[in-house]
Design a protein around this ligand. Structure first.
Ligand code: GUE
Ligand code: MG
Length: 296
């Protein structure tokens, strides 16, 4: 029987650890500042933004959300980023993805000062991650949160075969890089991977991380007995309920550890975003924090 990985609880512990750090920074007159840019009125994005704002306030992070209508121009958004780059009270900048089609997302990502790049999407930070550089730099928060979860559950990926399904810049690619840095053997699969190869690799996986946006893509019968299953999917069904990319009912009895949706990866993403914000603030002010990679 699979044991649930309680992402909600781990995220709560991580936020408590982040709050201890912000208290220390506060004694030096530093309040970490996070600016979130949201373009358009996608209801799901608004929920994430609201969750972030609520969580930020509770751990002593000063979060502001800058909202633009769906028809905002690229120039407007780039001008705001330039202003935030120059604003000393802002330590971390996040542009909610996706942006409307008239805005070049790559241009936006490259406009953010790499030292304020809380998503780790700037090519400079992606390059550091791929080169497995030492030292502190921001890394995408969903994969980083998953590494924290695995660590928390005592799962050491060194020497393990980890299958990552989905190759997005938000999750799959940085996930693979982090796992490789932790000495895992990584298979990075995607929509063009032949089904027979997917079947073979998934059946040989010690850890399976699914981030495709396809509800119920992976079923229990495809997994190796005792596999660790991490579900990054957030799919809203017609009845309004949320499900992941893993068919939980069939996977849970086969897995040794499995994340639920909701209450798994999602809350970890938000807690890790706050962790990264506080680290960027400390770096910005030249203050050393204890062990920025393993807060818990
Ligand atoms: N630049 C950028 N960075 C991101 O990290 C980013 C983004 N854009 N765009 C959208 C995706 C999605 N994402 C989520 C974060 C938290 C939950 C979350 O809190 N989920 C909860 C509750 C979900 C609910 O009930 O609506 C859960 O899974 O338990 C979900 C999704 C961050 N993303
Ligand atoms: Mg500050």
């Amino acid at each position: 029987m699979g044991k649930l990985i309680d992402g909600k609880q781990i995220a709560k512990d991580l936020r408590a650890a982040v709050a201890v750090q912000t208290e220390k920074l506060a004694t030096q007159g530093i309040t970490p500042g996070l600016a979130v840019i949201l373009v358009g009125d996608d209801p799901a994005s608004e929920i994430y933004v609201r969750n972030k704002e609520r969580a930020a306030g509770k751990v002593g992070v000063n979060a502001q959300t800058i909202k633009y209508p769906a028809d905002a121009s690229e120039a407007e958004v780039l001008a705001k980023i330039a202003e935030l780059n120059a604003d000393d009270s802002v330590d971390a900048i996040l542009v909610q993805s996706p942006v409307p089609s008239q805005i070049d997302e790559h241009k936006v990502q490259e406009a953010i000062d790499p030292r304020k790049d809380v998503d780790g999407f700037h090519p400079e930070n992606i390059g550091r991650l791929y080169a497995n550089r030492e030292g502190y730099y921001p890394v995408a928060n969903t994969p980083r949160g998953i590494m924290t979860m695995l660590h928390h559950e005592g799962v050491d990926v060194a020497g393990k075969h980890v299958v990552v399904i989905g190759r997005s810049i938000l999750v799959g690619r940085p996930m693979a890089a982090l796992l490789q840095g932790a000495n895992a053997t990584v298979s990075l699969l995607h929509r063009y991977t032949p089904a027979s190869l997917t079947e073979l690799l998934v059946s040989e996986a010690d850890v399976v991380i699914v981030a495709t946006g396809v509800a119920g893509l992976i079923k229990g019968s495809e997994l190796k007995a005792g596999a660790v299953v991490i579900d990054v999917g957030i799919n809203r069904l017609e009845d309004g309920s949320l499900v992941g990319d893993v068919d939980f009912a069939s996977a849970e009895p086969v897995a040794s550890l499995i994340t639920p949706v909701p209450g798994g990866v999602g809350p970890m993403t938000i807690a890790t975003l706050l962790q990264t914000t506080v680290e960027l603030a400390a770096q910005h002010h030249g203050v050393a924090l204890e062990d920025p990679w393993q807060t818990i």
